[in-house]
Design a protein around this ligand. Structure first.
Ligand SMILES: Cc1cc2nc3c(=O)[nH]c(=O)nc-3n(C[C@H](O)[C@H](O)[C@H](O)COP(=O)(O)OP(=O)(O)OC[C@H]3O[C@@H](n4cnc5c(N)ncnc54)[C@H](O)[C@@H]3O)c2cc1C
Length: 467
């Protein structure tokens, strides 16, 4: 085996073969001679959904920034996905996006998303990693706790068991990366060892999801590959998306904010809910499409951040990545991109540190910084959605809400505003791209004048014209 210069250790263990675990393993293989990835699920040789990743059945948008980062980790991946039939979707040219103030302009934006199902993407990445002689996967193996050397306060491995079986086994390692998703048991395991547990910040908009898969009708002639109806609280608490992915399939997802707007799992009610959206585009498209799956529901959509970066007693060779550390409302379609950003932070941390000393603190801080712009946007907009009316918001939040409404209104009228909005959504630009004077000044002017003279919210009538 090739020796790694300045390696921080020989063996790294990864808990979980989801996107964060796969990308984490890809990075760790640059620094450790052997990387073992454990997953409690059986990892099939194919794009099949599995119990440990229930969200895999839902629409997974790969933001453009995420595609770019994945291409960096796995050169040629995008071409491979294209060959597998995953369409390229221009975010304005191929997409019809309806917002309460109207329809975003259709133009060739050059902001192009690869439309791929989560199952296919995960499998293709896993296949790439299987070609790496330093990485091995162990299926049906569940991590059940940490092994700690109290004298050094370093973890020495994991206790594990075969899923559904009797056998237990300890795995020794120089470094452990927890990528076990939002159900991570790390806080409990730390507490069991008498170590500090992270504080949590939770922001829950009470948003529900339902997804159903359809075959694209043979005679489909629409000039779009993707439809989106964005909710805008409190006037429009319901929304949805529909996108063409590989295999000539549409994934349709419906979302609703609050107890009265949870999308149903019942097939007939699913279509009825689609019809209740402020724009008819999705319901019209589904009318003649053949469903090929049940409707799947999902309710665990809160933003949750565990502050591992603030722990003083965290073992320095124990890292927590991805949804296990910070999960965001999935409607924003960023989780896989954030996993890739976290993996990039891991690479920087390992390259700079070249040892395990202080690694956990360094990595967790870098990860927090990398995710901060998305966390701020997601948590602040969901904090608005989590109250019942605008009046319950503080004056600053109410102001921010109005500003965001005005940005959308301008974007409907002007591709020069729609473009940065789509770039921010795809994480290729930071939210401050929307703060340039040409956007900010008219937005502030209109917001202030509306706050002085409040009236009925202006909403547009949507049609299927050009959809
Ligand atoms: C409804 C929904 C829709 C979403 N839509 C999008 C989207 O459009 N775009 C996007 O980018 N992201 C989306 N996401 C988010 C995305 O799925 C995740 O953020 C991303 O995949 C990173 O997850 P992860 O790898 O950290 O965790 P997960 O994907 O949850 O993977 C965790 C893995 O750990 C394994 N595991 C758990 N516990 C153990 C254990 N004790 N021992 C061994 N193995 C274990 C599980 O089997 C699983 O394989 C969505 C999420 C949801 C819920």
């Amino acid at each position: 085996m090739q020796q790694t210069p300045n390696a921080p250790g020989e063996h790294a263990l990864v808990i979980g073969a989801g996107m964060s675990g796969l990308l984490g393993a890809r990075v760790l293989a640059n620094h450790f001679e052997c990387v073992t990835v454990l997953d409690r699920d059986r990892l099939a040789d194919g794009p099949v959904s599995r119990k440990g990743v229930p969200q895999g059945r839902h629409l997974h948008s790969l933001a453009v920034r995420g595609s770019e980062l994945l291409e960096g980790f796995f050169p040629g991946l995008d071409a491979e996905l294209s060959e597998a039939g995953c369409p390229a979707v221009d975010q304005a040219g191929d997409t019809v996006t309806d917002v309460p103030s109207g329809r975003l302009p259709r133009f060739t934006s050059g902001i192009v998303m690869r439309a791929v199902s989560r199952d296919l993407l995960e499998w293709r990445i896993r296949k790439r990693l299987l070609r790496n002689s330093r990485i091995r996967f162990i299926s049906n193996r569940e991590a059940t706790g940490l092994l700690l050397d109290k004298s050094t306060n370093r973890v020495t491995g994991l206790s594990t068991r075969i899923r559904g079986g009797e056998g237990t086994e300890e795995f020794k390692a120089d470094l452990i990366l927890d990528a076990s998703g939002q159900s991570s048991r790390m806080p409990r395991w730390l507490a069991e060892l008498g170590l500090e547990t992270p504080e949590e910040t939770v922001v829950d908009a009470g948003l529900g999801y339902a997804t159903r898969w359809y075959r694209v009708p043979d005679d489909f002639v629409g000039n779009w590959k993707s439809l989106a109806v964005l909710p805008q609280w409190p006037e429009e608490p319901r929304g949805g998306s529909l996108r063409r992915v590989e295999g000539d399939r549409w994934t349709a997802v419906l979302v609703g904010i609050g107890a009265d707007n949870q999308p149903p799992n019942d097939p007939a009610a699913f279509q009825e809910f689609a019809r209740s959206l402020p724009s008819p585009t999705i319901a019209d498209a589904l009318e003649d499409a053949e469903p090929i799956s049940p409707a799947y529901g999902y309710r665990r959509t809160a933003n949750r951040r565990r502050h591992y970066d603030n722990l003083d007693t965290m073992p320095e060779n124990l890292l927590v990545i991805g949804d296990a550390a910070c999960v965001m409302n999935p409607t924003y379609g960023q989780g896989m991109t954030l996993a890739a950003l976290s993996a990039t932070a891991l690479e920087t941390s390992l390259s700079k540190n070249r040892s395990l000393k202080g690694l956990a603190r360094d990595f967790h801080r870098r990860q927090t910084r990398a995710l901060a712009p998305s966390w701020t946007t997601s948590a602040s907009s969901d904090a608005q959605w989590s109250v019942d009316s605008l009046e319950e918001l503080g004056s600053l939040q109410r102001f921010a809400h109005r500003v965001s409404e005005e940005v959308f209104r301008m974007a409907v009228a002007d591709p020069k505003v729609a473009r940065p909005l789509l770039q921010v959504k795809n994480l290729v630009k930071r939210p401050r791209a929307l703060l340039r004077p040409g956007i900010l000044l008219p937005v502030l002017r209109r917001t202030l004048s509306k706050l002085r003279r409040p009236g009925k919210p202006e909403t547009a009538t949507h049609s299927t014209r050009d959809a």
